[in-house]
Design a protein around this ligand. Structure first.
Ligand code: GLY
Length: 359
C-alpha cells in the first residue's frame, strides 16, 4: 500500500527508523520510510547485537533506566515482530559476563556490580572457579566475573529481515535507495525533498538516519551534528553451543549466535565514512579475544567487517522534537542502537500518535 500523503515520513530504515515505522503503523499511522541504501544495511547489519546495558553505562540515571526498559521490552518486541512478519528472530537472554583478568579490576567490577544492584540490575559475582566451570574455554588466568543473567543478544540482521517483512503487512511504504535531502517545515506539516528531486508532503517527519542524520538539511534549523565512529568486527564459524554467555572484557566482547556463528569486537576509529577493513585492527581484535577465550577461537577469523556507529557529541541518543517544528530526531544511539530500538520506538510512537490526535 502506498500512502498518498503519509502522516509520518521517517528518514532512515535502520533498526531505529524501521522499528518506529512498524510500531507507528501498528497504531494506525500512515507511514513512509525512506532509506538512502537498504533497510538495516548499515550499523544494524554490522552490529554484534549485544543486549547488555550493565557493562555499557557507567552511571545510574535516565539513560540507564531507558536502556533497562528497552531490554525489558525485547521479549515482547521480538514476539510481536515474529507474529507480524512470519519470520524467526534470533534472540537469546543468555546472560552476559563482564570478566576481570586482574585482582584490582575484579574489585572495581564488584564495586560497580553493587552500584548496578541499586539500579535494579540483577548481578552475580562469580569467582574464577565458578567462571571457568561455566566457560571452560576462558584463559585459566581469569580472576572472576560479574554475571548479568537478564542480558543477552539478538541477531540484528534477523530483526531487519523481520521488519522488512512486517512493514508492508502493516501498510508501511518502504522506499530504499531513496535519500531524504531537505525538510521544509511549515504551518501544517513538512515538505520533504528527496535527492531524486521528488517532493513528499507529510504531517510529521522523523530523522533516524544514523551517522548520516545531520546531512539532512532542515530549513530554519541547525541539526545537532551526527558523525560515524567506525568499528571493526571479526566473525567465526564455530559449532553451536560452544559459548553459553556474551563475554566482555574491557573493550573486547564475544557473542555467539545459536547457529554457532561467533562475533568478536571491536575497535573505535574516527575516520569518517572510511569503509576499508584494516587487517591490523582485525588481528588486534582477534588476538584480544583469543587471549580471553583461547579454547574457543580458531587461529584466525573467517570474516571481518566494519560498521559506522551513529554518534553525536552527547553521551545519549537524541530522541526529541526539533524546536517547535513537526520534525523529530531519533539518532546518536552510538554503541546501543540495537538495544535501544524498542524503547525508542515506544517513546516516539507515544508522542507522535498523541500529536496526531490518535492516542
Ligand atoms: N555495541 C558494541 C559496539 O558498538 O561495539
Amino acid at each position: 500500500m502506498r500512502p498518498s500523503q503519509p502522516d509520518i515520513l521517517i528518514a532512515g530504515a535502520g533498526i531505529i527508523g524501521a522499528s518506529l515505522a512498524w510500531q507507528l503503523a501498528r497504531k494506525g499511522c500512515r507511514v513512509l520510510v525512506c532509506d538512502a541504501g537498504k533497510l538495516g544495511g548499515e550499523a544494524s547489519w554490522a552490529g554484534a547485537g549485544m543486549l547488555a546495558p550493565g557493562p555499557e553505562y557507567e552511571e545510574p540515571g535516565e539513560w540507564l533506566d531507558f536502556a533497562l526498559h528497552s531490554l525489558a521490552l525485547y521479549t515482547e518486541f521480538v514476539g510481536q515482530l515474529e507474529e507480524d512478519s512470519g519470520l524467526g528472530v534470533e534472540f537469546s537472554q543468555c546472560g552476559s559476563l563482564e570478566i576481570a583478568c586482574g585482582e584490582e579490576e575484579f574489585s572495581l567490577l564488584r564495586d560497580r556490580a553493587a552500584r548496578r544492584s541499586q539500579s535494579g540490575i540483577e548481578t552475580q559475582i562469580l569467582p574464577s572457579s565458578e567462571l571457568l566451570a561455566r566457560v571452560p574455554q576462558l584463559a585459566s588466568s581469569v580472576c572472576g566475573a560479574v554475571f548479568y543473567p537478564n542480558e543477552g543478544q539478538v541477531d540484528p540482521r534477523t530483526v531487519s529481515e523481520a521488519l522488512r517483512a512486517a512493514l508492508p503487512r502493516r501498510g508501511v511504504e518502504l522506499r530504499e535507495q531513496t535519500r531524504v535531502a531537505n525538510l521544509y517545515p511549515h504551518g501544517s506539516g513538512v515538505d520533504v525533498r528527496l535527492a531524486n528531486g521528488e517532493t513528499v508532503s507529510t504531517t510529521m517527519a522523523v530523522i533516524a538516519a544514523g551517522a548520516w542524520s545531520s546531512q539532512i538539511a532542515v530549513a530554519g534549523y541547525a541539526l545537532p551534528e551526527g558523525f560515524p565512529v567506525k568499528g571493526h568486527l571479526a566473525g567465526y564459524r564455530l559449532p553451536p553451543g560452544t559459548l553459553p554467555h556474551v563475554l566482555r572484557f574491557g573493550h573486547t566482547y564475544i557473542v555467539q549466535r545459536t547457529t554457532g556463528y561467533t562475533i568478536a569486537g571491536s575497535s573505535e576509529e574516527h575516520l569518517g565514512f572510511d569503509r576499508n577493513v584494516d587487517a591490523g585492527i582485525v588481528s588486534g581484535i582477534h588476538e584480544a579475544a583469543a587471549r580471553l577465550a583461547p579454547g574457543l577461537l580458531p587461529a584466525a577469523p573467517d570474516d571481518a567487517w566494519i560498521g559506522f556507529r551513529p554518534a553525536t557529541v552527547l553521551p545519549h541518543p537524541l530522541i526529541e522534537q526539533l524546536g517547535e517544528s513537526p520534525v523529530w530526531l531519533a539518532y546518536g544511539h552510538y554503541r546501543n542502537g540495537i538495544l535501544l530500538a524498542p524503547a525508542t520506538a515506544e517513546r516516539l510512537t507515544k508522542v507522535l500518535t498523541a500529536s496526531l490526535g490518535m492516542d
